[in-house]
Design a protein around this ligand. Structure first.
Ligand code: HEC
Length: 331
């Protein structure tokens, strides 16, 4: 019994250690699985606990030997009593929960029929069963009122909520998974580290045709507002990923560069906007206006499609001025 108690204490100690560790390192995965070092720590602690148990037992036996025989006697009998009462509460409760009668009292509940010598006892239903049954009734009432009377929520709503929660989780996860960017999700990167990485990629792969300052050579000028294949992070990303028009020389880079790298170099390319290269190649393509830009900058597009003119900054300004005048006049 001694050893059983020690063993139980050690077991409780071990389980408590596991619970505390999982509580300290919350997460989707078990910390004990992801960080094997924790096993070493727990093993160390367990060794201490075992040593402690051994010390206590040894101390007890030494003290026991210092007692006089009478004292030893009384100690033993007290101990035996304690042992007997141990777990008494559990044993009693368990018996009560079964609700069965002791074998000596069975004559009270025996039914008077007899099938080939087999008799039947009229036992009460076990209390655990009865209380379980009451609990289901209570549950049914609460359920009925909550969902059928008060219409708390239905399965469709539950589904919608679960989907919304999952969408949030996916968004969180995507933030950590940088290489999942594609043309639909790419955004302009502004972190200095990303632009620096983009510059390195550009200088390694792109300068031959676009020049280090983006002024253009075999490839078009990347510093002006004119784009052949469309400006803005999404179009530029797409051009880099899929390549330019057939036969023009701009290949698809998606097999050489990772998506995150294409996003970095695309952001770096866009940082050329408005700079003045040493030998700028003449503009090719149309001035690109972001369709998602706020209204007041969008005026450019409207003018472009109406006038079908070459849109220099000057003409835009003139037209903007005249619309402003119109507004003033009509007031
Ligand atoms: C072999 C020469 C060459 C290399 C190397 C090259 N490009 Fe190009 N690039 C071109 C050409 C030519 C075009 C025009 C494509 C067209 O007209 O369809 C172009 C177009 C572009 C455009 C679109 C410009 C516009 O006006 O729409 C971008 C952006 C671009 N390149 C970025 C890059 C990046 C980034 C790299 C390096 C990863 C790169 N290019 C490497 C030749 C090159």
């Amino acid at each position: 019994m001694r050893t059983t108690a020690s063993f139980l204490r050690l077991l409780v100690f071990f389980i408590a250690a596991l619970i505390i560790i999982e509580w300290v390192y919350p997460g989707d995965e078990w910390a004990m699985l992801t960080q094997p070092i924790l096993w070493a720590i727990v093993s160390g602690l367990m060794l201490f606990a075992i040593a402690f148990e051994i010390c206590v037992a040894a101390l007890e036996s030494i003290l026991f030997r210092t007692l006089t025989p009478e004292q030893q006697e009384s100690y033993n009998s007290k101990r035996a009593l304690k042992e007997e009462n141990r777990f008494k509460w559990f044993r009693d409760t368990y018996k009560k929960a079964l609700g069965s009668k002791a074998i000596e009292e069975e004559h009270d509940i025996i039914l008077d029929h007899n099938y080939d010598g087999i008799k039947e006892l009229d036992n009460d239903l076990p209390p655990w069963w009865v209380w379980g049954f009451y609990a289901t009734i209570l549950f049914a009432v609460v359920y009925l009122v909550r969902f059928e009377v008060l219409n708390d929520y239905n399965q469709d709503e539950e589904y919608e909520i679960a989907v919304a929660e999952a969408a949030i989780e996916i968004a969180e996860w995507k933030k950590t998974a940088k290489d999942l960017v594609d043309v639909n999700t790419v955004v302009l990167l502004t972190e200095a580290s990303d632009l620096k990485a983009g510059q390195t990629i550009f200088n390694t792969n792109c300068v031959a045709c676009h020049k280090a300052d983006g002024g253009g050579g075999i490839g078009p000028n990347l510093t002006d507002r004119n784009w052949i294949l469309g400006g803005g992070i999404k179009n530029v990303f797409n051009t880099i990923s899929e390549g330019g028009r057939d036969g023009k020389g701009m290949i698809s880079w998606k097999s050489e560069l990772k998506p995150s790298e294409m996003a970095q170099v695309a952001s770096y390319v866009l940082s050329f906007q408005g700079t003045t290269p040493a030998e700028p190649k003449e503009a090719e393509g149309d001035i690109w206006v972001d369709p998602e830009a706020p209204e007041d900058t969008k005026i450019d597009t409207k003018i472009d499609t109406e006038t079908k003119e070459i849109k220099t900054e000057e003409t835009i300004e003139i037209i903007q001025d005249s619309t402003a005048m119109n507004v003033i006049l009509s007031n």
